[in-house]
Design a protein around this ligand. Structure first.
Ligand SMILES: [Zn+2]
Length: 79
């Protein structure tokens, strides 16, 4: 899922995408049972919700600082 060359923003986005996919697969049916686990109160869906909630609260950049996409040398000059 993650590799050594991914930026924090890419890892952040992949965590959210993966958690959403898991949540779709474990979304409770009208009877309250998970279609994948066949149980009520699916722990995997709970974990995916926790990941989405936690990752959504993480602030990747300081206020007023846009994510840098350009030359890394320019980043050093700004500091
Ligand atoms: Zn489940």
């Amino acid at each position: 899922m993650t590799g050594p060359n991914l930026s924090l923003a890419q890892i952040h986005n992949r965590l959210i995408l993966t958690a959403r996919q898991i949540l779709r697969q474990h979304e409770p049916e009208p009877d309250g049972r998970c279609p994948t686990c066949r149980s009520t109160g699916c722990r995997i869906a709970d974990a995916a919700r926790d990941v989405i909630r936690t990752v959504s609260q993480v602030r990747l950049w300081r206020v007023g600082t846009a994510p840098t996409t350009g030359d890394p040398d320019n980043r050093q000059q700004q500091e």
